[in-house]
Design a protein around this ligand. Structure first.
Ligand code: NAD
Length: 283
């Protein structure tokens, strides 16, 4: 099974489904989960300097022997390193044991992101990164970025799930040809999303799990997703979402579940700004 791709605004193709590695803190478990994912067919992996596991991802890639060009690897620049994005990028590459990245994102829109973006544009123009983008950017951040940028972000990676659907932001991204990446696509399993009766009924109707129904809903909304799991069966389940299609009435039923309820931090809060000052802990 080959995962469908989405064409980014610079013609780079990104597999619409990948695996996220946030909070994967156990070395052995990481290596095992990566190999299971690869065997299942995953080729797209989403990490970040702040996750502290780039080195393990590099080790897992090397150990697997897979051809680098078969993979799509994303990492992210953390705000504490906005003072020297080039160095931060080189450090990420080194930890990953790679000589280019497929996608590099500004992780959060903390102060200084405009200058950081300009440094990333230089890396992109020097062909060290196939595409550059942003994460957790709201419309106001994208508008501010537009004033100082030459390159339109290829993606905006934002929290999205049935309880947080962000219709206005999605409309803006579509109008500006910026692809949508959904982080926390399963709502991180929080707020009782797996017990939601509407989703449970749909799971029974399509003979799928609630997780598969949610992931399929994202695919049909053209979002790029990389759910996280370290369990072989769940990795397989999250991959088995290409053999059914939700009807438009069922898509509408999920649309009605929106509560505009984030799990993540508000990028304008003091709590968030304090977090962005922490420097990544590198393993
Ligand atoms: P997620 O929505 O993918 O949920 C992960 C949790 O759901 C897992 O811990 C697991 O317990 C559960 N799960 C996974 N598959 C399941 C299944 N089939 N059935 C039942 N439960 C299942 O949340 P996430 O890990 O936060 O998000 C995915 C990825 O997005 C991350 O790994 C990371 O790569 C990225 N991310 C980015 C940001 C950002 O700020 N850019 C923030 C958070 C996450």
């Amino acid at each position: 099974m080959t995962v469908p791709t989405i064409t980014l605004n610079n013609n780079v193709q990104i597999p619409q489904l990948g695996m996220g590695v946030f909070k994967m803190k156990d070395h052995e478990q990481f290596l095992k989960a990566f190999q299971w994912a690869l065997d299942i067919g995953y080729r797209h992996f989403d990490t970040a300097a702040i996750y502290g596991n780039e080195k393990w991802l590099g080790e897992a890639i090397k150990k697997s022997g897979i051809d680098r060009h078969e993979l799509f690897i994303t990492s992210k620049l953390w705000p504490a390193e906005f003072d020297d994005p080039k160095q931060a990028f080189e450090n990420s590459l080194k930890r990953l044991g790679l000589d280019y990245l497929d996608l590099y994102l500004i992780h959060w829109p903390a102060p200084g992101y405009q200058q950081a973006w300009q440094a990333m544009e230089k890396l992109y123009q020097a062909k060290k990164i196939r595409a550059i983008g942003v994460s957790n950017f709201m419309i106001k951040h994208l508008e501010q970025l537009q004033q100082v940028s030459q390159v339109t972000p290829a993606v905006d990676q934002i929290e999205l799930h049935p309880y947080l659907q962000r219709p206005k932001l999605l409309q803006y991204l579509q109008q500006h040809n910026i692809a949508v990446e959904a982080w926390g696509p399963l709502g991180q399993g929080r707020n009782g999303v797996f017990d939601e009766p509407v989703l449970q009924d749909l799971a029974a109707k399509y003979h799928k799990s609630v997780a598969q129904v949610i992931l399929r809903w994202h695919l049909q909304r053209q979002a790029i997703i990389f759910p996280k799991s370290v369990h072989q069966q769940r990795l397989q389940q999250n991959f088995d979402i290409f053999d059914f299609e939700l009807s438009s009435a069922d898509m509408q039923a999920i649309a009605r579940l929106d509560k505009n309820q984030p799990n993540g931090s508000d990028p304008n809060s003091d709590e968030f700004l304090a977090q962005t000052k922490l420097r990544p802990v590198i393993n």
